[in-house]
Structures are given as structure tokens and as C-alpha cells.
Design a protein around this ligand. Structure first.
Ligand code: PMT
Length: 434
């Protein structure tokens, strides 16, 4: 869902989690939102106005009594401008001031003057979060209709472990998008639902407890993920650096969008996403056999796996012994092209919509366009794997979607975020296909 035309005012208060805000701003803007930033004095000890001005594209507002800033956009105008105020991180002190209606700095004043919804993303030490005063302030805010997003649990900057970590930027992005779509489970969290809400967030810190829009409801989706291993002998194999993260993120995004998902994966060490049927395979041939069977009955097939194009012609029955000083020659033979074969199967009247990936280190778009045609795909995800921060075995990715009539760049973001964007784009094309 696009956030274009949405005006979001981010309030930053003093907390170490302020370092995550530039990423949040970037992601909101990637989705089309206009973002302005207000910082408290304490926040400026953690992150600079310059950084935030650069990422938001607007001057940052810091002072209630700055005549220049007031002339540019007064606090009442800022309050009227916003469609949503998100205070992230929200410190214990700020939550206390908000609960008591203080108007002693720009951010607090704005919140008192605002008519739009206000959300807070608490971030503080776990003892402060569970302190009776904070609990009471939080309940007051909830009773007044303020959204409380998080906190999550985990290791804290101070060394403690417990509830009090700010939600990750991608979780906050999801909450904002769901807020504007009207699909948050409890838009106005009341005191009595608060405990359950935080408990469910803490139980699953990577996901919000709410469902995504059901854009793939009841669609049967098959996804391949991870590497394959091609055995040389009982203890050695040929493989690659795929971690499975991209494919697993796609399976999770598809399942949360209502699809019935089968995930066929090579050897990886990742937990199976909720509501996903997982089939473990090792070699390309095994992945081929499983994918062909699963795709007989699928609406959508996404081939994310990094499949070995070749395998040793023979696999030694016993561990190969070292031949001192003598080179060893391995003869490799071609593996089946899984996605190419399934996409080119003209006998299958119920051929699924097929999305491939193209992992390339040079001429990325050109090679991807060639593969789209050569492998008879409906869409291909061009993935530049020459950089270590994206692509293989990284947490982020940056890709270009290519199909016969168009292309779409998805700038660098976490793999779950990229996965959601791919699923949204694919769902759109599926719907257009009828
Ligand atoms: O797993 P991660 O660490 O998260 O990394 C993600 C990724 C980089 C592996 C992923 O984003 C990606 O780019 N996957 C495609 C990897 C690949 O093998 O690309 P390729 O250009 O060699 O293959 C093109 C397409 O054909 C792919 O959809 C591939 O799954 C498919 N293929 C390839 C060979 C083969 N024998 N059978 C296939 O189906």
C-alpha cells in the first residue's frame, strides 16, 4: 500500500534508539509519505538535525520559541499539517509529559494541539517500562486513544534484558501502513488490551500481531529458497552462499497476505515462517522433483533459490583420497533448469504465474531481461549480487522488478520489506490477469 499524500510528523525524544529513525524516515519516504521531523532537546544529543534534514528533505524543527522556525511553519500549523504524529523513540519522560498534557517544548505542544492520531513507540530501560508511573501514564494515553506501538523485548543498550526496545523501523512502517489502511487489530488500544498486545509483540518481535491485507487470499503459492548442494563424495559438495533469507521472507509475506504457501528449501538454518508448509531438499534434482509436483496445482511460483547449474557427473561412494601432487579433475554435467522447465511446460493448462530471480554481478538488467524471455517467465527480480551488503547472505536487498510491459526499482531495504513489496506487485499483476 502506498503512503503517497500521507503527511507524517515524526517526533524524536532522547533515547539511543534515535539512531534507527533515519532508516524509518527513508522507508516511509520510499512508500511515498511526506515526512517532517520534530526533535526534543534531549534527542539532539543522540542524533544530529543535519542527518535528519538530509533524509527527510525538510528542515528539522527543534524549538517552540525560535522566531525563524515559527515563521516558516508555526507549531499550530505543523499540528494541522500532520495526518499522523509518530513519536519514536518515545522516552518515559515524554510519555509522562504527554499523559499530563504538558506544553513545555515544541513536540509536547504539538501533541496537545494535534487533532490527528498520535502514536508512540516506547523505548526505555526495562525497569523504567515496568515502573508503576510509566504503566499508569501508558494507560492514560491508551484511554485517550493514543496508539502504543511496542515496545519489543530483548537485549538493551544498558546491558539489561527485557521489554523496552523500540520496534524496528520495518515494524513501525508496517504499523503506519496498516493504520492508514484501517486494518490495525486495535486502532485505539485500551488499557485492558495493552498487556496482550505487548505480550504478542514480544513473543514474535519480527512481526506485528495483525494480519496484512489479504491480497493473496487462498492463492496457492510455491516458493523455492536457499542453495542446493551437489555431492562430490559423502563429505564434500558444490554449493553457494545463499542463506535462504530472501525466499523465507517471501514465504512469510505471502502467508501473511492470505496465501497457502509451500516453501521448498535447500539446506539453510532458518525457522519456518508461520502457516507455511516446508519441504526440505538437498540437490537441484530433488528441488526440481518437489517443485514440479507442487506447481501442478499452484497459482503462483516464485523461484528464489540459488540452484547449482551443474553437478558432478559421478558421486564417489567413499571419501575421495588425496593424490599427493596430482591434480583432480571433476566433470560437471548440467542440472535441470527448474523454473525454465516449469514455465515452458505448454502441456500444463493451469500454468501458474511465474516469477524468477536473476542473480548477476554485471549487466544486471540486461541479463535479467534476457532470462525473462529465455525462461518464459511472467516477471523477473533482477538482483545485483556483486555487493556484499545486498543479495547473498545479507539482511538487506535492492532489486528491480522486470516484466514484459514495465520495470520497477525497489531501493535497498530489509529482505522482509522487499518481500512485501514484491508480493504487492505480483498480487497486482495476478489480479490484472484475472
Ligand atoms: O538466500 P539469500 O542469502 O537471501 O540470497 C538471496 C538470493 C541472492 C539467492 C536471491 O535474491 C536470488 O537472486 N536468487 C536467484 C539466484 C540464482 O541462482 O539466480 P540465477 O540467475 O542463476 O537463476 C535464474 C533463475 O533460475 C532463478 O529464479 C533460479 O531460482 C532459477 N534456476 C536456476 C538454475 C536452475 N538450475 N534452476 C532454476 O530454477
Amino acid at each position: 500500500m502506498s503512503l503517497s499524500q500521507r503527511k507524517i510528523l515524526i517526533g524524536i525524544t532522547g533515547g539511543i534508539a534515535a539512531y534507527k529513525v533515519p532508516e524509518l524516515v527513508r522507508r516511509l519516504r520510499d512508500h511515498g509519505a511526506e515526512v517532517q521531523i520534530v526533535m526534543t532537546e534531549a534527542a539532539q544529543s543522540f542524533i544530529t538535525t543535519l542527518t535528519l534534514q538530509a533524509v527527510s528533505g525538510h528542515p528539522v524543527h527543534t524549538s517552540l520559541l525560535d522566531p525563524a522556525a515559527e515563521a516558516a511553519m508555526g507549531h499550530i500549523e505543523l499540528a494541522r499539517w500532520a495526518d499522523l504524529i509518530l513519536v519514536a523513540p518515545a522516552s518515559a519522560d515524554f510519555m509522562a509529559r504527554l499523559a499530563h498534557g504538558h506544553a513545555n517544548d515544541l513536540l509536547a505542544t504539538l501533541c496537545v494541539a494535534a487533532r490527528c492520531p498520535i502514536a508512540v513507540a516506547p523505548a526505555m530501560n526495562q525497569a523504567m517500562w515496568s515502573a508503576p508511573a510509566t504503566v499508569a501514564n501508558c494507560q492514560t494515553l491508551l484511554q485517550r486513544g493514543v496508539y502504543v506501538w511496542g515496545p519489543a523485548s530483548g537485549a538493551q543498550a544498558c546491558g539489561d534484558v527485557g521489554a523496552g526496545r523500540m520496534l524496528e523501523p520495518e515494524q513501525l512502517l508496517l504499523a503506519v501502513r496498516q493504520h492508514f489502511q484501517g486494518v490495525l487489530p486495535d486502532q485505539r488500544l485500551r488499557a485492558e488490551t495493552f498487556t496482550d498486545y505487548t505480550a504478542s509483540l514480544n513473543a514474535s518481535p519480527l512481526q506485528l500481531p495483525s494480519p496484512l491485507p489479504q491480497i493473496l487470499r487462498d492463492q496457492r503459492v510455491v516458493i523455492t529458497a536457499g542453495p542446493t548442494r551437489e555431492a562430490i563424495d559423502p563429505v564434500r559438495f558444490i554449493s553457494n552462499y545463499s542463506s535462504g533469507k530472501m525466499g523465507f521472507a517471501l514465504a512469510d509475506a505471502a502467508a501473511r497476505s492470505g496465501a497457502i504457501v509451500t516453501l521448498i528449501t535447500g539446506p539453510v538454518s532458518l525457522a519456518t515462517p508461520n502457516q507455511v508448509t516446508r519441504i526440505d531438499v538437498v540437490s537441484a534434482q530433488e528441488m526440481f522433483d518437489s517443485a514440479r509436483t507442487a506447481c501442478q496445482d499452484a497459482d503462483l511460483f516464485i523461484a528464489t533459490a540459488a540452484v547449482a547449474d551443474y553437478r558432478p557427473e559421478t558421486t564417489a561412494g567413499q571419501k575421495m583420497k588425496k593424490q599427493k601432487g596430482a591434480p583432480i579433475t571433476l566433470t560437471l554435467i548440467e542440472n535441470p533448469d527448474i523454473v525454465g522447465t516449469i514455465a515452458g511446460d505448454t502441456q500444463n493448462a493451469k500454468r501458474p504465474f511465474i516469477v524468477g530471480f536473476a542473480a548477476e554481478t554485471q549487466n544486471v538488467l540486461q541479463y535479467a531481461r534476457d532470462k525473462l524471455v529465455r525462461k518464459h517467465l511472467d516477471m523477473i527480480v533482477a538482483n545485483d549480487v556483486s555487493q556484499t551488503e545486498i543479495g547473498f547472505n545479507s539482511d538487506d536487498n535492492a532489486v528491480t522488478l522486470v516484466w514484459a510491459e514495465g520495470e520497477k526499482v525497489l531501493p535497498r531495504a530489509s529482505k522482509p520489506t522487499i518481500a512485501l513489496q514484491i508480493i504487492e506487485e505480483v498480487a497486482l499483476r495476478l489480479a490484472q490477469k484475472g
